[in-house]
Design a protein around this ligand. Structure first.
Ligand code: CP
Length: 307
């Protein structure tokens, strides 16, 4: 299975996902054995116009653990020639001469697709504004499979900033490929899930409902997928931001309501949306989830650069 551009979650089918997860499992063993050199001679460029800890560093670690090289601009908005007015397309046309794959995070929805149209090397969308974050959704789905042993039949509460949360959007697209999924969207009024996702789920016969009471939903789901209210996406809408903040916080009182074998996920970073008191509970899966990002991204790089 050779992959090329990774722009949106919908491009994966169940068979590709199964192959990817098998490969990610193998990559975990590669890491435990000290790495590999299968990507020696290959160069990966990370081009990030927005801040990142997990996505950029896990991609860079993934490349290095497979023997490849990394070139990077971590604050491209300020420190690349974008600051001098260079277009994204021109930037990509230049960076492709120096690299075999480009990992792009951008503040505009649709930027990765725009880059892919001019690129001769594969582009991986590492988050485009409020659009999508497909590799996060892949590691999220892998985490669900690893933690719960299955994906078909799971019920999930997606909580928080569902209007701006690109991870929630990408994960919804992926979950719609599985059977008997139940999605509960729990959000403040100003950050409710957008209609394009609801329309997609309807078209794919995936059950979803919108709820406001997390305490009612917590006892019946297998996963609480918490997300941060993304202050940076509100601009001048300070009143809306304040209205959305602090409505849904995962703390010990929510833990008490949850099933014994349920899990809590979060794409991270968290701010005050999950209390630190939750971290020691075995159901807190968010740091294991972040670690899975390394294995999934190693698998993706192998599938893109070798097949
Ligand atoms: N989950 C995620 O995308 O984290 P970063 O913003 O730190 O990359």
């Amino acid at each position: 299975m050779k992959l090329h551009h990774i722009i949106k979650a919908q491009q994966f089918n169940r068979s590709k996902l199964a192959n990817l997860f098998t490969m990610a499992h193998e990559m975990k063993e590669v890491v435990q054995k000290g790495g590999s050199d299968i990507l020696s001679q290959k160069v990966m460029a990370t081009v990030f116009y927005e801040p990142s800890t997990r996505t950029r560093l896990s991609f860079e670690s993934a490349m290095q653990k497979l023997g490849g090289e990394v070139i990077s601009t971590e604050n491209a908005r300020e420190f690349s020639s974008a600051a001098k007015g260079e277009t994204l397309e021109d930037t990509i046309r230049v960076i492709e001469s120096y690299s075999d794959v480009i990992i792009l995070r951008h503040y505009e929805s649709g930027a990765a697709e725009k880059a892919a149209k001019v690129a001769r090397v594969p582009i991986i969308n590492a988050g485009d504004g409020s659009g999508q974050h497909p590799t996060q959704a892949l590691l999220d789905l892998y985490t669900i499979k690893e933690e719960l042993g299955k994906i078909d039949g799971i019920s999930i509460a997606m909580v928080g900033d569902l209007a701006n949360g690109r991870t929630v959007r990408s994960l919804s697209y992926l979950l719609a490929k599985y059977k008997n999924i139940k999605i509960y969207f729990v959000a403040p009024k100003v950050t409710r899930i957008k209609s394009d996702i609801k329309d997609y789920l309807k078209r794919h016969h995936t059950f979803f409902t919108e709820e406001s009471n997390l305490k009612k939903i917590a006892p019946i789901v297998d996963i609480i997928y918490q997300t941060r209210i993304q202050k940076e996406r509100f601009g001048k809408r300070v009143k809306d931001y304040k209205e959305a903040c602090g409505k849904y916080i995962i703390d010990k009182s929510i833990l008490k309501l949850m099933k014994k074998d349920a899990i809590i996920m979060h794409p991270l970073p968290r701010v005050d949306d999950i209390k630190k008191e939750v971290d020691s509970d075995p159901r807190a899966a968010y740091f294991r989830q972040a670690q899975n990002g390394l294995y999934i991204r190693m698998a993706l790089l192998k599938l893109i650069l070798i097949g």
